[in-house]
Write a protein that binds this ligand. Structure first.
Ligand code: PRP
Ligand code: HPA
Length: 117
């Protein structure tokens, strides 16, 4: 699946949009969600409910990054690469308004960069 809730900003809109839905039936299947980052937890909270409604047998989450201080909805994450501070990060696939995804490292976006947009 592809879902999005950040759009142009650095905080979750709280509304998850499905950009690409499941293309197979997951009823009775064991599902692993592979995430780049768990920030507020709003995306996964919605997604876990969605996958449960599709009758997955079990759902586990693996994420490269997690921000413990930013959590609004606690999510059971089975595997975490790195817990990081509550700063907006870009690179390695992570974007700010579709920018900086291609950076070959994870960097912190300075607040003055997103404040001037
Ligand atoms: O825990 P949360 O606060 O919900 O944030 C985490 C989500 O935000 C990002 O997606 P985003 O909406 O930015 O989509 P994109 O990566 O396609 O831009 C990221 O890929 C996670 O799915
Ligand atoms: O810190 C972040 N960086 C990029 N995308 C994100 N989506 C949620 N948090 C972040």
């Amino acid at each position: 699946m592809a879902v999005s809730s950040y759009g142009q900003g650095t905080t979750s809109s709280g509304t998850v949009r499905i950009l690409k839905d499941l293309d197979r039936d997951i009823a009775g299947r064991h599902v692993i969600v592979v995430e780049d980052i768990v920030d507020s937890g709003l995306t996964l909270s919605w997604l876990l409910r969605y996958l449960a409604s599709r009758k997955a047998a079990s759902v586990e989450v693996v994420t490269l990054l997690r921000k413990p201080e930013a959590v609004k909805v606690p999510i059971p994450v089975k595997y975490v690469g790195f817990d990081i501070p509550n700063e907006f990060v870009v690179g390695y696939g992570l974007d700010f308004s579709e920018r900086y995804r291609e950076l070959p490292y994870v960097g912190v976006l300075k607040p003055e960069v997103y404040a001037r947009r």
